[in-house]
Design a binder for this molecule. Structure first.
Ligand SMILES: [Zn+2]
Length: 219
């Protein structure tokens, strides 16, 4: 018998959902399934290194699936130097564990590029909630960067839809983030946009995940 189709939700703030990576914000939160853990740029302060140390106690937990969300927010976060240092420390942690980064990215494309150059061999990075133009991902295609889509495509955001259409399928993921959407709705919308069956997208996304992570998802 064929098991129910797995629609991987790469980033959600709703806990206890099967086939979803729950974005955990502290080392002590709990979810039944897999999760990501990291320092969000909005909440970075001078204390970030000790918080990161505390998070690292979870390193061997097989349900720790990704580091994040972390990254850059030059509109809302603290000064650039702190954001860069915290992001690079988390790149190292992800690299050590062989799992990807879930990246938050607002107005920090130039700093991301600098970090990537500087890091040389970065771990895979999933840019979550991607809404950029195709020109912003073109400049990143030489790096192991992936793009996750959700609410914006469901709201028919034109630029985001154009980016989804232009990206190779090997680079895409889907998510619900903090929206009220279900992951089924996101996959259905993507299936309409890309004119591909949901089953094909579901398999593709799991394959993409297993390609970038040592902590695998079984179909
Ligand atoms: Zn989020």
């Amino acid at each position: 018998m064929r098991s129910k189709l797995k629609l991987l939700n790469i980033h959600t703030h709703r806990p206890n959902q099967a086939n979803a990576i729950f974005n955990q914000e502290t080392a002590t939160q709990q979810t039944k399934y897999c999760y990501s853990l990291g320092l969000h740029p909005w909440y970075l302060d001078t204390n970030w290194e000790s918080l990161l140390q505390e998070m690292k106690t979870k390193s061997d937990d097989p349900n720790l699936f990704a580091i994040g969300e972390c990254g850059f927010d030059l509109l809302k976060g603290p000064k650039e130097a702190i954001q860069i240092a915290a992001f690079e420390a988390q790149l190292h942690w992800a690299k050590e564990l062989g799992i990807p980064i879930i990246m938050h990215q607002v107005k920090g494309l130039h700093v991301l590029q600098q970090s990537l150059m500087h890091f040389k061999d970065p771990p895979p990075i999933v840019w979550h909630g991607f809404m950029g133009k195709s020109s912003s991902f073109q400049s990143l295609m030489n790096f192991p960067i992936y793009f996750s889509f959700g609410a914006a495509i469901c709201k028919n955001h034109k630029q985001t839809i154009a980016s989804l259409e232009a990206l190779p399928l090997e680079r895409i993921f889907f998510e619900t983030d903090d929206s009220e959407l279900t992951i089924e709705q996101v996959f259905s919308k993507a299936s309409l946009i890309l004119r591909l069956p949901v089953e094909k997208l579901a398999r593709q996304v799991i394959e993409n995940w297993n390609h970038i992570s040592k902590r695998k998802i079984h179909e």
